[in-house]
Design a protein around this ligand. Structure first.
Ligand code: PLP
Length: 332
């Protein structure tokens, strides 16, 4: 895999422990808001992508796209302006929107799922467009917070999705694969410049955020073991193998009459069905039960079936998943 994990120390210098993905985002938001507070300029607006998902705590819900998940709480949210994800042809339009937002608001931070929006059904966007947004944010001293909770630790084919962009984030949120999904743990990392804005004899400038299980020693042990494994030759080979197998399956299945489109980023593979399907409707339930009855755990999101398998999956297991997906197309 490109770069070693040590490379992140060049950009991300300091880490702050938490115990779940939502908390890592909450801490990232606090870092962005308090960075400006500590440096003498109160900024209260955040920018986020439409359709994003960042977790279930209040800050995380606020920056998530508006959806059935957080409808009852919208009245209590932070001030968030939403922008569309870059699709290769809307960069100029997004820049205009950003300029207007910056003109009318005091923007503290931009939080984003880099390149793949998981809960939005593995919606993928383009790296060049995201880089343009990040550059704009840097130029306006807007703290960029990459939510790598889902994309981190090899999922996109690189250690982090942020690797695909030239402009690096100020803050990164990590969880899930940090402990290979085994133990509850999260990290919010930041650059030296962010850290320096908090480092003071004035206690009021400190970042106050701690939960009982933050940096739980068992979780840290699992994380260290998982990170060593991730960098091993075997796991790196497995990741490349999964990527290649997905490509072959994608090329095969994409012309099926029930398949509208396919997409892939690293080991994340998604297939859109050519049928209308509600996120929580009868058809979704039918598909889910079909998968379970046939021995695979796949959770369709709207009209999207996606695969995000562990790096230790065997060829036989992966082939079984492909077969059951092909079979389900007959019952759609
Ligand atoms: C991108 C992203 N951010 C944050 C979260 C929230 O993580 P957690 O469920 O551990 O609170 C998730 C969970 O799926 C996620 O996909």
């Amino acid at each position: 895999m490109k770069n070693s994990l040590k490379y992140y120390r060049e950009n991300q210098e300091k880490i702050f422990f938490g115990d779940n993905g939502s908390t890592s985002v909450e801490i990232g938001i606090k870092m962005a808001l308090q960075y400006h507070f500590n440096t003498g300029e109160k900024r209260n607006t955040l920018i986020a992508f439409e359709d994003g998902f960042h977790g279930d705590t209040f800050g995380a819900m606020s920056v998530s796209g508006l959806s059935v998940y957080n409808g009852p709480f919208e009245d209590f949210f932070l001030d968030v302006k939403r922008i569309p994800t870059p699709n290769g042809s809307n960069h100029a339009e997004i820049l205009e929107t950003l300029k207007a937002i910056v003109k009318q608001n005091k923007v503290a931070g931009f939080i984003y799922e880099p390149l793949v929006q998981g809960a939005a059904a593995m919606k993928m966007h383009d790296a060049e467009g995201l880089n343009t947004i990040l550059k704009f944010c840097k130029a306006h001293n807007i703290i960029t917070v990459a939510d790598e909770v889902m994309t981190g630790f090899g999922k996109t084919g690189r250690y982090f999705a942020s690797d695909f962009m030239e402009t690096k984030p100020d803050v990164m949120c990590m969880s899930k694969a940090l402990t290979a999904g085994l133990m509850p743990m999260s990290i919010t990392s930041c650059t030296q410049a962010i850290y320096d804005a908090f480092y003071s004899d004035d206690i009021g400038k400190g970042l106050f955020h701690c939960h009982t299980y933050s940096a739980n020693p068992l979780a840290c042990t699992a994380a260290i073991a998982g990170l060593e494994l991730l960098q091993s030759h075997t796991i790196q080979q497995n990741i490349n193998h999964i990527i290649e197998k997905h490509k072959i399956f994608g090329a095969y299945i994409k012309s099926h009459p029930k398949v509208k489109s396919i997409r892939q980023k690293g080991i994340i593979f998604a297939l859109d069905l050519d049928v209308e399907m509600e996120r929580y409707g009868d058809l979704r339930d039918k598909l889910f039960h079909f998968f379970m009855e046939n021995g695979v755990f796949l959770r369709p999101l709207g009209g999207t079936i996606y695969i995000q398998a562990p790096y230790t999956i065997t060829d036989a297991q992966l082939d079984k998943i492909y077969q059951v997906i092909e079979d389900v197309l007959e019952v759609v």
